[in-house]
Write a protein that binds this ligand. Structure first.
Ligand code: ATP
Length: 199
């Protein structure tokens, strides 16, 4: 059974994932997979260099800030890139989830709903905090301005919509111990679900 785990920037996805991992649950991180498919030597990196020119590489690696800038200003290029990468990312995510040994496994993805990765999942978890806390926690963690964090929040699906789509909501507005308590409860519920899915 695959369980999607999402939440806006700074909501506490990594923190929640760590707590699930301590329970022996396998976690696949969509962001890590997205970097793996464009690692040096991978065909996707070659295709990107051919399309955008070799200036998109820095020391043989993808120059991510430059690519981000290009696609931010050009929807057609963004579409080209997504058409190339999304199927590869989906395939690699499924391959990694297939090797998972735990009774259920977690797919952690900031853009789970936006990129329709929840189609791969039987259940979804939203780590939820108010926008004010997103601004303070993410800007403090990344040593960046609240304005920069707000720009990312604005590019993500609004909190209210994500709340409607999620099966399980973890409220991370209090301390980590309170989140851990909710992870315990969700884990027990998911174990029961996973057992009922078994042949
Ligand atoms: P991103 O999508 O930006 O990678 P994330 O959703 O994975 O973020 P985390 O990195 O887990 O979020 O948490 C964001 C920051 O808030 C981190 O510095 C983390 O230590 C802190 N944090 C997480 N949960 C809590 C909490 N309950 N109380 C206080 N700080 C917290």
């Amino acid at each position: 059974m695959i369980v999607g785990l999402t939440g806006g920037i700074g909501s506490g996805k990594s923190t929640a994932s760590r707590l699930f991992k301590t329970k022996g649950i396998d976690v696949v991180d969509a962001d890590v997979v997205a970097r793996e498919v464009v690692a040096p030597g991978k065909p996707a990196l070659e295709a990107i260099a051919k399309h955008f020119g070799v200036d998109i590489l820095a020391n043989g690696e993808l120059n991510r800030p430059l690519l981000r800038e290009i696609i931010f200003n050009d929807p057609e290029q963004k579409n080209w890139l997504e058409t190339l990468l999304h199927p590869l990312i989906h395939k690699e995510i499924l391959q990694q989830l297939n090797t998972a040994k735990s009774l259920y496994s977690i797919l952690e993805a900031p853009l789970l709903f936006e990129n329709r990765l929840h189609d791969l999942c039987e259940q979804t978890i939203l780590v939820d905090i108010p926008v004010e806390l997103q601004l303070s926690r993410a800007s403090q963690r990344d040593n960046t301005s609240e304005q920069a964090v707000q720009a990312i929040i604005s590019s993500q699906m609004p909190r209210a919509e994500k709340l409607k789509l999620a099966d399980i909501v973890l409220d991370n507005s209090a301390d980590v111990a309170t989140l851990a308590h909710q992870v315990n409860e969700a884990h027990l519920k998911l174990l029961t679900e996973a057992k009922s899915h078994q042949p």
